[in-house]
Design a protein around this ligand. Sequence first.
Ligand SMILES: [Zn+2]
Length: 593
Amino acid sequence: MDQVELIQSKVDIVDLINSYVPLKKAGRNFRALCPFHSEKTPSFIVSPERQIFKCFSCGEGGNVYHFLMKYENMEFGEALRFLADKTGIKLKSFRPSKAYQEREKLISLNHLASEFYHYILLKHKVGQQGLNYLLGRGISKDSIKTFKLGYAPQSWENLQDFLVKKKGFKRPDLFKAGLVVSGQRSFYDRFRGRIIFPLYDHRGNTLGFAGRVLEKDLKGAKYINTPETPIYHKSDLFYGLNITKKAIKEKDKAVIVEGELDLISSYQAGVKNVVAIKGTALTESQVTLIKRFTPNIALALDEDKAGDQASRRGIEMADKEGLNIRMIELSFGKDPDEAARHSPKLWRQSIKKAIPIYDFYLKSALKRFGKKGGESKKKVSEEMVPVISKITNQVVQAHYLKKLALSLNVSEEAVLREIERYEKNEKIKDDLRPTKPRKEEPKDKTRREKLEELLLGLIVQKKKGIKKYLLKVKIEILKGNAIKRIFEALNKYFIKERKDFKVNDFTKVLPEELLETLDQAFLKDLEIDLSDKEKYKLDFAKVLKELRKIYFKEELNILVSKMKKAETNNQGKKLQKLKEKFTSISQDLRNLV
Ligand SMILES: [Zn+2]
């Protein structure tokens, strides 16, 4: 057993996945809503016996490594090391890929830079003005430590000197990490004279920084950020999530704010289930990420910008993904930072009073356009119709249709007609758009394929007394190549007079290319109680009968064309034989029905 296998054998896939996605016991397996695609009924299965997972809807599947790579966006080496740490196994030799080494290097560079900035802020005299500024703004020392805030001295090369001369890194790597800017002759530090907010991914890797000027010298941009680098992608990041994810899971709700200071002030005010999007619009990757922790979000975004296109698109996306979205209206101040600092109690109350997003849209439109007179009503309706049209849940949609009609004092029918007109126009626009190349969708399985899979499932999911049932299956009735070969292997396996079926013994003798088909059948939810012997017997017979029917019909079809051929070729004897065969199979078929 190599180390990869050893580590895998020490980790239980059920425990591991359960710590990310709550699993429910379902027979011998566990089940959950698939974290890799959006669904309402669970088709994601985890098998403790096979130590694998499989989604029967989107097809994602694999072992513990695959899960981490897919779910946590880890590279293989990262997943290996992660599980090695977890199991206390020391990795002997592991040659990581180039990309992985590069990523690790950039992360450790960023990490060291964050230590440097943090040290300057708390311990060095040049950081004093930064510290005074933060404390003066009501940021506590605890928060400074929790979020590892720092200060970048007003200098061109302090950070470089530290990383290059003291830590032995090379300048081009600093450049790649976005820590320095390339000047005419040399590199210079990107962040100078700024408060530093390290930006982490939700696992706590330092990916980049945001630097904020001190209030008094407002020259240049108020904030500058690490540019896009191999590890930092602005649109993927949720500021604070590495610290607040636990609180978000516990409260089953995420309060979403815009900026770093909004987040820290909220955290200090006792609202710890908070993340910042670093902008005004939710992105697709953020929606996917937050969904892992909770389906409930409450947005505290700049009210003036809440109506803009990007912001609405983000919310539409979140709605499509099935998130419950509420909007927080501040009872004080221009942003959550001000609100939370002014009164933690009021801030908490505004969160409690958050209203459903569509109510907010309606309220905001009515506030801006009024509801008296045709022109105002038209404007409100023009803004609300596209919103209502995109609501995915029909009951919710009907509710807002009614509400809009009531608010404008017009008939529901009029609103409904507007929605239909809008949808028609959208469809025309859609049709005019150049068609996107469609993803190849797996074609639906034929009835026969489904039955064969079911038959195999019935065999391999049963622990005892399989042999008897296996003998009833004549391999020639099967058509699927992989399934046929698995049945052949099963027969061989039982020749050695084994009484019980142990799936993990069987997989050792099974050619690797058949594993996926086997696992598919082994994990499939058969909706049959395997311990009920009588019921099993009946179900098994039913499936087998259906398959035989299909097989006989197919054979008859083949015979008919052969008979025709024999007839045209005047092969009397042959024709006679074929006819006899036809009669006999027809009889078999009749006996089945
Ligand atoms: Zn899926």
